[in-house]
Design a protein around this ligand. Structure first.
Ligand code: SF4
Length: 94
């Protein structure tokens, strides 16, 4: 159904005949950590996330997994293993 609260006239799965079924009856504004994310939309009532109704909840356990403004560095610490030697070590039981 179409939203009649924060995202007026946008299709939303939380909108029911009785109104918004999301906790609190409407989407919540973005968290301060969301600033800079491409999913932030400026609506008449403020800034809201285009993907998540409660942006603060996405930051409770670390970084938001949908954020577009965060670059996560992956450091590989793999050591090369010679498959032949590993096979011999396995055969010896070490
Ligand atoms: S995707 Fe995550 S970081 Fe971006 S606006 Fe939504 S909740 Fe905030």
């Amino acid at each position: 159904m179409r939203c009649t609260t924060v995202r007026e006239n946008q299709e939303c799965v939380f909108m029911k005949k009785a109104g918004c079924s999301y906790e609190g009856g409407a989407c919540k504004p973005i968290d301060e950590k969301c600033e800079g994310c491409n999913r932030v939309g400026v609506l008449p009532l403020g800034k809201y996330c285009a993907s998540v109704p409660d942006p603060a909840s996405k930051w409770l356990l670390g970084n938001c997994n949908l954020a577009t403004h965060i670059v996560v560095e992956v450091v590989e610490t793999k050591t090369k293993v010679n498959p032949l030697k590993a096979s011999k070590r396995g055969a010896r039981g070490k």
